[in-house]
Write a protein that binds this ligand. Sequence first.
Ligand SMILES: NC(=O)c1ccc[n+]([C@@H]2O[C@H](COP(=O)([O-])OP(=O)(O)OC[C@H]3O[C@@H](n4cnc5c(N)ncnc54)[C@H](OP(=O)(O)O)[C@@H]3O)[C@@H](O)[C@H]2O)c1
Length: 286
Amino acid sequence: MILVTGATGTTGSLLVRQLSAAGISFRIMARDRAKAVRAAGEGVEIVEGDFSQPDSLGRALEEVERVYLVSSPNEHGAELEKNMIAACARSGGTKHVVKVSVIGADPNSQFTLLRQHGQIEKYLEDSGLMFTHLRPNSFMQNTLMFTPTIQAQGAFYAPAGEGRVSFIDARDIASVAAVALTETGHENKAYNLTGPEALSYTDVASKISNMTGREVIYVDVPAEAAREGMMQAGLSAWLTDALIEVYGSWRTGAGAEVTDDISRVTKRPAHTFDDFLRNYSGAFTS
Ligand SMILES: NC(=O)c1ccc[n+]([C@@H]2O[C@H](COP(=O)([O-])OP(=O)(O)OC[C@H]3O[C@@H](n4cnc5c(N)ncnc54)[C@H](OP(=O)(O)O)[C@@H]3O)[C@@H](O)[C@H]2O)c1
């Protein structure tokens, strides 16, 4: 049995779709059953569980051999994911955890998100369980958060300068996860998952313009203005600061590494940004 966590989120919901389409049986663990049904549809086995409530995790893990582990980026992320890893190790039956991490994860990183994921990876490696670390770059799907200003003003704003980033389509993360959860040969490996090309936000704006037939521009904004905007949008101070760090690293070119790990694992090419825009065109045009 496979247990999928985070099924109401971006990668988990895409993974659930792919496993269902392939006829692979799995169970979901979710905090909110109704939300999980909306994400996965009727007929999928759902067990309620919460990483912050260790006692709730054992039942979800009954007869489970492999686990897809993902949670939201927040300041308690390490503690929450470690609770789940400890429960997997305690369960006796769980052997392999496929964890969503981040490209550049390192327990000693100067960057908050990379350090947090690096610490969780290390905890998983030391747990005695088999692991597969999925280390994606920034999701193409994050661009969807820009659609309100793209539609209202023909512009989007970020403090990324002209830094190029090998954005990844989250569907490819789900595809790699599906392979790691259902085939052998991916145990105790780490995959650096990127799209096939590194693009600046100016490049992205030009691609959106071409796709929509309407000019869209990218506006590079100072980090302080971006921080204010993110806080106003309801992001926590912790996440805001962590994301500002990531944008700052992009400005130095640190986001541009391109790997072929997706095509090596899935035997299919990674989606391009143009593929993504074609497939999500409604979000940019409606
Ligand atoms: N976005 C990016 O560009 C990017 C890039 C690299 C790495 N990452 C990493 O990817 C991960 C996020 O992946 P994602 O976008 O697929 O997830 P997501 O959309 O942020 O969703 C998070 C999922 O985790 C669940 N969750 C949160 N807290 C939980 C708890 N206490 N107990 C049980 N479930 C809980 C959420 O359930 P609810 O619906 O109940 O909230 C939701 O299903 C983060 O670790 C982030 O650092 C993201």
